[in-house]
Design a protein around this ligand. Structure first.
Ligand SMILES: C[S@@+](CC[C@H](N)C(=O)[O-])C[C@H]1O[C@@H](n2cnc3c(N)ncnc32)[C@H](O)[C@@H]1O
Length: 207
């Protein structure tokens, strides 16, 4: 079992039942993402959770490879794909940077509500850059929590180290955007649906 996945395994069933916290923001992100997809697009989603977003995008693309290190999240995602009769999404247990990741092979990579959970989040952005074809897009939505929860942060760190909570990176929006552009991307879209909400970014690998 991958380190850190235990928390998400325990949460998986509850996560699958959870209602979308902000449906308007979610719809806006889906619609915005879709503008950068095409019927021929080959897509990777990492940290896909129970697969809801991948399954919604599936009819608009050629294929989606969706990975998550929690095998229970992936089991639920596979069951949903089977229930919905969706055959162009492959759900796999895995992490970004696995040994079989081919360079220059995706038209779009989605990383939704995941970068702030990766201790090596900036390395992940560089990895995504390598995986995309020239002209391909990286679509991300990231909690930028720097400056928030100062008093509770040590508690988060201890709980994270013990595996009771996920380890959270307290990123700033500036550092996030800096890392994306620093990896070689051009920012195409960059917004938050409301103040303090996740930062949504569409970034293109120059063609
Ligand atoms: C907050 S959930 C987001 C799920 C989905 N992207 C969404 O927006 O609903 C984070 C997901 O990332 C997965 N995850 C966290 N760290 C990971 C890592 N290093 N590699 C792969 N998956 C990871 C967790 O198992 C969980 O399913």
């Amino acid at each position: 079992m991958a380190r850190g996945s235990g928390f998400w395994n325990v949460l998986a069933k509850r996560y699958a039942r959870q209602k979308i916290a902000d449906p308007a923001a979610y719809e806006r992100k889906l619609e915005c993402t879709r503008r950068y997809l095409s019927a021929q697009a080959e897509v990777l989603e990492f940290g896909c959770g129970t697969g809801s977003t991948a399954l919604l995008h599936a009819p608009h693309v050629r294929s989606i490879r969706a990975i998550d290190y929690s095998d229970r999240m992936i089991a639920i995602a596979r069951a949903k794909a089977a229930d919905q009769g969706i055959g162009n999404v492959t759900f796999e247990v895995g992490e970004l940077g696995g040994p079989s990741e081919p360079e220059n092979s995706y038209d779009a990579v989605l990383g939704l509500n995941i970068l702030h959970l990766l201790p090596d989040w900036d390395a992940a952005i560089a990895e995504v850059f390598g995986l995309l074809r020239p002209g391909g897009v990286f679509v991300s939505s990231t909690a930028c929590l720097e400056g928030t929860m100062r008093a509770a942060r040590p508690l988060f760190q201890v709980a994270g180290a013990l595996g009771l909570l996920p380890r959270v990176m307290f990123l700033s929006e500036d550092r996030l955007i800096g890392a994306i552009t620093g990896a070689g991307f051009e920012i195409v879209e960059h917004w938050s649906h409301a103040k303090g909400r996740a930062v949504f970014v569409v970034a293109r690998k120059p063609g």
